[in-house]
Write a protein that binds this ligand. Structure first.
Ligand code: HEC
Ligand code: HEC
Length: 366
């Protein structure tokens, strides 16, 4: 048997980039503050795989979709003979042919649902306009995104397990072909035309550029924070002045109307302090708080906070809501030990734009 070049340098670099970008997306999915990084990896992978799909229509042996093996009978015999002496394939074997198509479809679905979740839930990126319209359904998009991306991770794990098993049971060359492109067998080595080479360079170059560009430009159209920052001092001077004199200004959307009403009717005993104001100012601030309470907001925090309120319960403070407690489990200790923060109700130490009504995930410090 002779050594044949089956994977061109472009296909191999694509494979490495796909691994790196997938790992990046996977690792950055854990924490809210890395959300824009996660989205950058997602979009860059979109560019990378779009190129791979086009690559599959070029006349390049082994890599083109026409050479994929979708023969179901062969897939069955391949699977049944994993431990036996199964047939060796020069290009993609039936299992990896199906896996690759599956990965492409799941990746596409993950990117679309991810962009929608990013827009609906966070008010960010190209789908941010949806935050003002379908926000009530915001949870669905995130769940759909998690479903598709978990399925993708599962398929990738199976793909890796398959390759490792192959390496263990059969040819040592399978994994090496990922690196040097060669396999053993009967067939012809590939040779790319000038146009195909140019396509490869542009494709991989653009995908890498997309990643670097997105990571460096959080304000780009795909990632931009389109939540307006509110200037409460102009919107309602009395609220900004009176309610920001003892502590930072808490945005009205973080509590339901009932909580504000109760607070505003007992200002003389406000968490142990006397915060009372004249009747006219009190009424004016109360109206403002009511009109901008959680019920009137499309922000993630407001929608989730309301959803978590048990029927009939009315939180007396933001830090008493279930939603808030859940999000800050374990963070309280950090705050107490850090002299720059002091107490957990000093929200702006960790959420720099909270006094402008914005608690964006990617702004979170600490
Ligand atoms: C005289 C000082 C004072 C004034 C004026 C004042 N507050 Fe407070 N406020 C406090 C204290 C003290 C606390 C409890 C300790 C803390 O969380 O900082 C508190 C707590 C709060 C909390 C709960 C924060 C949490 O931890 O969840 C909210 C909401 C709040 N105030 C809103 C307002 C609003 C609205 C106004 C304006 C009508 C106002 N405050 C004016 C002293 C004041
Ligand atoms: C010591 C830092 C710290 C302080 C102080 C703090 N937070 Fe947070 N907050 C965080 C972190 C970290 C997260 C993200 C938790 C996660 O990943 O789910 C968060 C998440 C949130 C979220 C959810 C964000 C979203 O859109 O998913 C809200 C709302 C929020 N904080 C409000 C507040 C308010 C209001 C205060 C003050 C009463 C406050 N935080 C004080 C660190 C802090």
């Amino acid at each position: 048997m002779k050594k044949i070049l089956v994977w061109s340098i472009y296909t191999r670099v694509f494979h490495v980039l796909a691994m790196v970008m997938m790992l990046g997306a996977y690792l950055s999915s854990g924490e809210d503050k890395w959300l824009s990084i996660h989205a950058s990896f997602g979009y860059a992978m979109g560019a990378l795989f779009l190129g791979r799909v086009l690559w599959g229509f070029l006349d390049i042996p082994y890599s083109k979709f026409k050479d994929f093996n979708f023969n179901f009978a062969e897939l069955k015999s391949y699977a049944l003979n994993v431990f036996g002496n199964k047939k060796q394939y020069l290009g993609h074997n039936p299992a990896s042919s199906y896996a690759i198509i599956g990965m492409m479809v799941l990746l596409l679905l993950s990117i679309i649902s991810g962009a929608l979740a990013y827009g609906v839930q966070e008010g960010m990126g190209i789908a941010s306009f949806l935050n003002h319209t379908v926000f009530a359904k915001m949870k669905i998009f995130k769940e759909v995104h998690e479903f598709f991306s978990n399925a993708l991770v599962f398929l990738i794990a199976a793909h890796i397990a398959g390759a490792l098993l192959d390496r263990l049971l059969h040819s040592k060359l399978i994994l090496r072909s990922m690196v040097d492109g060669y396999k053993e067998g009967e067939g012809k080595s590939i040779q790319l035309s000038l146009v195909q080479k140019a396509f490869g360079i542009v494709w991989l170059g653009l995908a890498m550029f997309a990643l670097v560009y997105l990571l460096a430009s959080p304000k780009s159209v795909l990632l931009a924070d389109n939540n307006p920052r509110v200037d409460y001092a102009t919107l309602h001077p009395a609220f900004a002045k009176e309610c920001g004199s003892c502590h930072m200004l808490y945005p009205p959307h973080l509590l339901p109307k009932a909580s504000w009403d109760s607070m505003m009717s007992s200002l003389e005993n406000h968490f142990g302090d006397d915060a009372s104001l004249d009747a006219k100012t009190t009424q004016s601030i109360k109206t403002f708080l009511d009109e901008n309470s959680a019920e009137h907001s499309t922000k993630e925090a407001a929608v989730y906070m309301l959803a978590r309120l048990k029927n009939g319960t009315m939180p007396e403070s933001i830090t008493q809501t279930q939603f808030w407690k859940k999000r800050h489990q374990g963070i309280e200790k950090v705050a107490l030990n850090d002299p720059k923060i002091g107490k957990i109700s000093n929200c702006k130490a960790c959420h720099p734009y909270i006094e402008q009504g914005s608690i964006n995930d990617r702004d979170i410090k600490g």
